[in-house]
Design a protein around this ligand. Sequence first.
Ligand SMILES: Nc1nc2c(ncn2[C@@H]2O[C@H](COP(=O)(O)OP(=O)(O)O)[C@@H](O)[C@H]2O)c(=O)[nH]1
Ligand SMILES: [Mg+2]
Length: 193
Amino acid sequence: MQLEYLVGVMGVDGAGKSSMVKLLSNDERIQPGRDLSSLSSRMQPTCPFNVNGKTVALIDTYGIDGNQIDSERLVVRNMESCLKSAEKEGAKRAGVLWLHSVDRDSPTMITVNTMKTLAGLCAARTSPPDLRKVVIVITQWETVSQDIAVESETRLKSEGFKRLLDAGARLERHDGTLDSGLQILSRLLSSDQ
Ligand SMILES: Nc1nc2c(ncn2[C@@H]2O[C@H](COP(=O)(O)OP(=O)(O)O)[C@@H](O)[C@H]2O)c(=O)[nH]1
Ligand SMILES: [Mg+2]
């Protein structure tokens, strides 16, 4: 199967990255609950799979620690090299899913540089950053009560992720089901930009 699109999956440890990547790709190499950095320092795309007739692979990453600028750099550097290798084979960058658990506080340190980096990972304009290919995915939606989840989502929209949303990113809920994951991916791949 010729790979057409690559989507990076980012977020802090425990955000649910590996779980979502495994759910969607069914790739047995992906191990939720384990930090990838302890397994290998090199990221690689999952096995390709089909989303509405498009052949897609995801890149699972190890967690970014918002308080450590180096961890962001390391993830980005690894993801860039992964994207570049796939581009040589004819695949395109389709965007980034930024996962954030509903029960966590707002992320720290979303700087202009972070935004430029995200735009670059999506092959979008970096100045000012065009983040229309970035989806903030609120995970583990089903683990807290609906009222608390909605309250948390409102806060994330008006505080932590406001800068990303203002730059064109979207925010979506993921309830852990395959259907929810596929819809998020399908909307990202079909967004007309
Ligand atoms: N209930 C629930 N638990 C989840 C979900 N996603 C991840 N988890 C759990 O959260 C923990 C961390 O998940 P993981 O996918 O490894 O997060 P990562 O560090 O971002 O890759 C694991 O124990 C998962 O079983 C979800 O959507 N719902
Ligand atoms: Mg993981």
